[in-house]
Design a binder for this molecule. Structure first.
Ligand code: SAM
Length: 505
């Protein structure tokens, strides 16, 4: 996968990269803080003292120096050296050390910071669980420095990765700030698990419970679990097939599938947890029916564009939409309709018609199954080829070249109008296991209709069902998100312009 990305490096240099170059910023991530500042009331324009933790190569400092009032004090610190820049004090130190703390105190004298920024990301190298832990620790350390240096009502902006520590960190922020909001600025790539949290209105408590900033207390269960988790993920012998066909160790960054697959799946929660996006084929006749639903709103369309940033409300909305879509397409029969079907006997002609339809459906499924089987064989062959085990004999050129497409080239593909083709190709590349699993769904489809009838009463209680589904979804999503951290760091690492910034944004 790494190779594939490198090959497509052109596609990865997006407009923010070129814009940063044009504007003289040292990294594309400058636009993240510009967008956050714009969204949250232009706090930089009101900040006379700014501390930028983990600042190299220095693009956030550059933005601060541009936007803060003249003669503001801007201090940037990083574990790696930074090229000097006008109007900014920079020094080299590890933000987790006493050295950094005291140097900072030296520069701050009696001042207090209006804003503390933190865009830190530790070096990649260890397994993802270890990385996730270190990332969360770094965020907590940054918060510690913010607490020591912020003025009452001050602002703290920090990067945070979706991991199982996410909610714990948010809770800690909420104890210390009036308003805490997570945001994903447009300059942060969708494939990246990073989120930024903007904490406004520092409460500056007179007494602080030390446990609030103690990693052992905040992330208590992590240290012992690390080794096991890692070996579970990376040990191929222990792979476990899940319902949707995903396996432990599937570390692909970006997954998408058709919205109609989501309508048909019997395990929508798994799918919501695993996918980044649901794609739409505007020419599909079933979609043509579904898009006329009043529930197919612009909001719905934008929600399915990036499933990883959705909240509970959006999640429920999508599941409700699916339920209606299933009824419209006849996959799920409405309760009252079911009753009708059960009491009205079919005429002989209707019975024949029904049998015929059943037969046709069986044939259709057989063809589909056979096609999937062939696809799977091709996929296996392709994988072996990619590992230099065979030469490309039986694999179509189209499939092979689609395999070379970057998973992250969607924007370009969208622009050039080949997104639909690409999506289909990617689907084939990425979702082999998924498709296999859907095959299983096909086998059990007929039974499911019966099962649906049996559980008709349960279907009414949508609200509690959705609540349970949502917590299930959240668990799955956070498990998966942690897995993609390593990929995310590598990707962000390459996006930073200066060689001095050796970690991800
Ligand atoms: N905001 C910066 C910009 O726009 O130029 C980019 C920051 S870069 C994504 C992340 C930085 O975190 C790296 O430069 C890395 O050296 C720094 N870092 C990681 N761990 C650190 C630590 N313990 N102390 C200080 N800096 C650290």
């Amino acid at each position: 996968m790494g190779k594939t990305q490198k090959k497509n490096s052109k596609g990865r240099l997006d407009r923010y990269y070129y814009l940063a170059k044009e504007k003289g910023y040292r990294a594309r991530s400058s636009f993240k803080i510009i967008q956050i500042n714009e969204k949250y009331g232009h706090f930089l324009e009101k900040s006379k003292v700014v501390i930028d933790l983990c600042a190299a190569p220095g693009s956030w400092c550059q933005v601060a120096s541009k936007l803060c009032p003249v003669n503001s004090l801007i201090i940037g610190v990083d574990i790696v050296p930074m090229k000097p820049m006008p109007n900014v004090i920079t020094f080299q130190s590890d933000i987790t050390t006493e050295d950094c703390r005291s140097k900072l105190r030296g520069y701050m004298k009696t001042w207090k910071a209006d804003t503390v920024l933190h865009d830190g990301a530790p070096n990649v190298g260890l397994g993802w669980v270890q990385d996730a832990f270190t990332q969360s620790q770094l965020t907590l350390q940054a918060l510690k420095l913010a607490v020591e240096n912020l003025v009452v009502n001050g602002t703290f902006v920090t990067k945070i990765f979706r991991s199982k520590d996410y909610n714990k960190l948010i809770w800690v922020f909420q104890q210390l700030f009036e308003k805490v909001e997570a945001t994903k600025p447009p300059a942060s790539r969708n494939v990246s698990a990073e989120i930024f949290v903007v904490c406004k209105g520092f409460k500056a408590p007179k007494r602080l419970d030390p446990r609030l900033l103690d990693p052992k207390e905040v992330f208590e269960e992590l240290p012992d679990g690390q080794q096991n988790m890692e070996s579970k993920i990376y040990n191929p012998e222990k792979k476990v097939r899940k319902r949707q066909g995903y396996e432990e160790g599937d570390n692909l960054l970006y997954h998408e599938t058709s919205i109609l697959d989501f309508v048909r799946t019997e395990d929508p929660i798994s799918m919501l947890g695993e996918m980044n996006k649901f794609t739409i084929d505007e020419n599909d006749h079933e979609w043509k029916i579904l898009k006329k639903l009043k529930q197919t709103t612009d909001e719905f369309r934008s929600c399915i564009e990036d499933l990883k940033v959705l909240g509970k409300k959006d999640f429920k909305m999508i599941l409700r939409w699916r339920k209606i879509a299933r009824e419209i397409l006849g996959i799920e029969v409405k309760d009252d309709a079911k009753t009708e079907i059960e009491v009205v006997p079919l005429t002989e002609e209707e019975q024949i018609e029904k049998d015929l339809q059943g037969l046709q459906e069986k044939q259709r499924l057989n063809v589909k199954r056979e096609r999937r089987r062939k696809n799977e064989m091709k996929q296996k062959e392709l994988q072996r080829m990619q590992m230099n085990m065979i030469t490309p004999t039986d694999i179509g050129i189209e499939a092979a070249s689609l395999g070379k497409e970057s998973l992250f080239n969607l924007k370009t593909a969208e622009k050039t109008g080949i997104l639909n083709d690409l999506a289909k190709g990617k689907k084939r590349m990425i979702f082999t296991d998924d498709e296999l699993a859907k095959d299983n769904d096909i086998y059990i489809d007929e039974n499911i209709m019966i099962k649906d009838k049996d559980s008709a009463a349960d279907a009414d209680d949508l609200e509690s069902e959705l609540n349970a589904m949502y917590s299930d979804y959240k668990t799955r999503r956070s498990e998966r998100d942690a897995k993609i951290l390593v990929e995310n760091r590598e990707e962000e690492d390459r996006a930073v312009l200066s060689p001095t910034c050796n970690t991800a944004t």
